[in-house]
Structure formats: structure tokens, C-alpha cells
Design a protein around this ligand. Sequence first.
Ligand code: ATP
Ligand code: MG
Length: 406
Amino acid sequence: MLVSNLFAKTRKQDPADEQLVNAKLLTRAGFLYKNMAGVYSYLPLGFLVLQNIRRVIREELGAIGAEEVYLNELQDKATWEASGRWDELKDIMYQFKDSRGKELGLATTHEEVVAKIAKEYINSYKDMPKGIFQIQDKFRNEPRARSGLLRGREFEMKDLYSFHSDNECLDRYYQMVAGAYRKIFTRLGIDAIYTTASGGSFSQEPSHEFQAITENGEDTIYYCVKCQIAKNKEIVGVDADEIEVLCDGCGGKLEPKRSIEVGNIFKLGTKFSKAQNLFFKDKDGKERLVIMASYGIGTGRAMATIAEINSDESGLVWNLETAPYKAYVINLTKEKLDIPENIEQKVLYDDGDISAGEKFADADLLGIPYRIVKSQKTGEKFEIKHRKSGKIELITWQEFAKKINV
Ligand code: ATP
Ligand code: MG
């Protein structure tokens, strides 16, 4: 791809109306456009990153047998009244009347919808476990939307819903999803700490969050580096600042850390199956309520988290899995540069007439994993610099193709 062909351009200055690193850098690099507080459009490079995040999630959830669905965003009041959440969520759910006076809402989440749909297809213990997921927008009237993609009012989430006949079935599935989440975050380059949190209003049992430690996080977790155990502030208690919180593993002191919740998994019990009359016949032919769980990952928040934790003073830093392009190619010679066909589509070639220094700065700002420079000095080979480690090598196109698996 030619840089001159890109729709968006890089900017020299940070946007004046953004406080957080993710929003500043993603805007300067031309990945993101702010429409209003908490509402962003993904520009082509940003959308490529988002699609990579979606792909990793799809691959790992597909590997555990979950199927993808595409659900409605427009919600009818009756479905949400059945669970009590039409009123409960009225501050955060966008609710309105259409021109016929019908009351509607925009989906804040989809438990009600999936429980209603599952009624058609889950009738017997033999129909479970089942898992369906969606990667779509949620709408929430968040009171504070000042953190770029970390907290949107319209934001994309992957949510998975599972259905079970008993608690053993649920526990097995829950662990399996936790395992898939670990793989997802590792591939995305996010060091996400498995954190015990409260079950909220849905369940007596704890839920679990995947928390990335960073100064700009809105959450606080209490963390033991040695045992890799963490508890969310809310289950530690309100006086956590004054008391010592101890590790269940080694008995040592847990350290409070600011963090971002990138994902969470929780058991819903029968709250939503009860509301939608989602029953199944057990082995003895007895009617029982389906047990549910739900599992979220904010895809936009994941992108913002990568920007928060992996960037440096020169700009963004993507890995090969998330990057919009694998390399940023700069030609300092007068001769035309022929890029092999299998590589051409995977790299950005800066054909602009700006200075070499400006091209280097753009390559860094965009966070492309490798910068490839052709100059008189490099002879037949190319100088390749790894964005993250700064390591420089001389390489051929063939060797590069191997590095990026093409
Ligand atoms: P938070 O406590 O940060 O508001 P939540 O508990 O409301 O999160 P869920 O409703 O469980 O989050 O959503 C699942 C996932 O969706 C979260 O782990 C997070 O990654 C993402 N998410 C939630 N709210 C937002 C938001 N406003 N903008 C972007 N991502 C979000
Ligand atoms: Mg929330």
C-alpha cells in the first residue's frame, strides 16, 4: 500500500481535547476520528487494527466451539421489563419513543435478547452446553466519557453467552473460556491479570476480570507479582486504602495497582432464563431453568489498552498480530524499488516527497512493527529495524517474508 494513497494523514500536534495517550496517539496517527465525547469513528488504519483484534478473538472462540451471531441493537421495552432492567438501567440505556409512540431502547448488552432466542432452540439437557457470541456495538450513556476508546458511549464489544444444564457443565465451560481469553490477550500483546471480582447482582459467586496494569487505568486491583493473584478493589472492601490486603497464595502483601479492565467473565445463574422462561427438560424429564454465563471483551478498549501500555514517546507500537501493516518501507535511493508481490499488500511504502526524517517519524508514530530502509549503504539487502526493541539487521525480502509468514 502506498502512503500517498492513505485516506488519513498523520498530524504533528496532539488533539487539544484529549487527555489520554490512546486518544492522542490514535488521533495523531490518523487511526481515529472523534465525532463527539465517547463516540469515535475508526479510520482505515484503525479499522485494520480493529479487524485484527476481531480475527484473533474469532479464532480463539471458534477453537472452543462457540458460534458467532449478529444481533439486533434496537430493543423492545417488554423484553427488558421482564428482567427488570428497563428501569434498572434507565440512566445508562438510551431509551426513546419512535414516531408511532412505541418505546424502544438501544442495547447496552444482550443477555435479554439471547435468552429469548435460546428459548427456541434449547429444550433438553442434551442441547447443552452451547455458546454464542457477537462482536457488535453497545450503547451506554456513560457519565464520564473522557478516556478515548477506553470508555465510549457507543463502543464495540465481543460478548459470549453460554447455556448450561448444571453447575459442573458451567464450571467446565467457564474455565475453557478463561483459557481462550488468556490466549487472546497474549496474542494481542496485552499482559492481562486474571482478577477475582464480585459477582454483582447476578450471582453469589465471584466473577473474574482480565486487568492490564497501567497508570491511566480507572480500576484498582490488589496484585501479588509472585503468585500472579489479584483481587479487584470492590471485593477487597471500601477501606482498602487503610488496611493491608494479603495474598491467598503466599500470605504476602498485595500491592494496589491502577489497571484497565479489558475483559470479564461472569456466571449469571438463572436471572435471565427466569425472566424469559427459558426452561429445559433434565434427564428425569423435569423442567428446570437454564443456567447462563456471559463473557465480555471490549474490542475498542483492547485497542486503546495496547496504545496505553505499549506506546512510547515516538508513538504507537503494534505487534505482528495487531498491526495494520507489517512494515513501513522507505527508499532513500534514486532507483525504483520493486517489492515482491507476496509482501507488497502487507507493507506501507512511503512514496511521499517529505524528508527521510519525517518518514522515520511517521513510521514510528504509526507503530508499524518493522521499518525497512533501502539506501546506498545497504547494498542488495535492506536495513530492518524492529519498532519495539529497536534492534537493527540487514535482511533480504525472502528473509523478511519468512519473518511475517508469507
Ligand atoms: P466498566 O466497569 O469499565 O464500566 P463493565 O463492568 O460495565 O465495565 P461489561 O458490561 O461487563 O463492563 O462489559 C464487558 C467489557 O466491555 C468490559 O470488560 C470492557 O472491556 C468493555 N467495556 C465496557 N464498557 C465499555 C465502554 N463504555 N467503552 C468501551 N469498552 C467498554
Ligand atoms: Mg460499565
